[in-house]
Design a protein around this ligand. Structure first.
Ligand SMILES: [Zn+2]
Length: 164
């Protein structure tokens, strides 16, 4: 993805109050490898139940605030993130809810989905077996996973932005 500046991130959020935006803790942007990401995702270091996703959508940054719904999937039971579709041990996938943008969100309307607890989908989809007879092109695998991840993130965002 194209890099994002701090002010682009802060200006991108669609579903957060001014109060919560002021209290948001940003990640260390100098450590981000932007070209290996479909979105920037992080948990708030000072409000750990909160998570954030920011990505470029139709040429502009769009940010979504998420709230972890308390319980993770049960340890010992396999789970799957709905964005990256990486099968993970339970406990590493969390139910997040996003308040909807605009009045619907102010009225309490949310969209929920299971996502990697640490929002590291872009890292996970890049873990592929090395080149072999069965898997001739690891880069093609990553490209196809990245496309799926981006398209599912867009659908999720559609739901957050939809007025009703
Ligand atoms: Zn994921």
């Amino acid at each position: 993805m194209q890099p994002l500046s701090e002010s682009e991130i802060l200006g991108s959020f669609t579903n957060i109050s001014d109060h919560d935006l002021e209290r948001m803790t940003l990640p260390g942007l100098h450590e981000i490898v932007w070209e290996d990401r479909e979105f920037l995702g992080w948990r708030d270091a000072h409000a750990i139940q909160r998570g954030y996703i920011v990505y470029w959508r139709e040429g502009r940054p769009v940010g979504i605030m998420l709230k972890a719904a308390g319980s993770r999937t049960k340890p010992g039971i396999a789970a799957m993130c709905t964005l990256c579709r990486t099968p993970l041990p339970g406990g590493q996938v969390t139910l997040f809810t996003a308040p909807k943008a605009g009045q619907a969100g102010l009225d309490g309307s949310t969209v929920g989905t299971y996502i990697c607890a640490d929002l590291s989908c872009s890292l996970l989809i890049r873990i592929v077996p090395p080149k072999s007879e069965l898997q001739p092109d690891p880069n093609a695998v990553i490209a196809s996973r990245a496309e799926g991840l981006s398209s599912r993130l867009n659908s999720f965002t559609d739901g957050v932005l939809r007025a009703s």
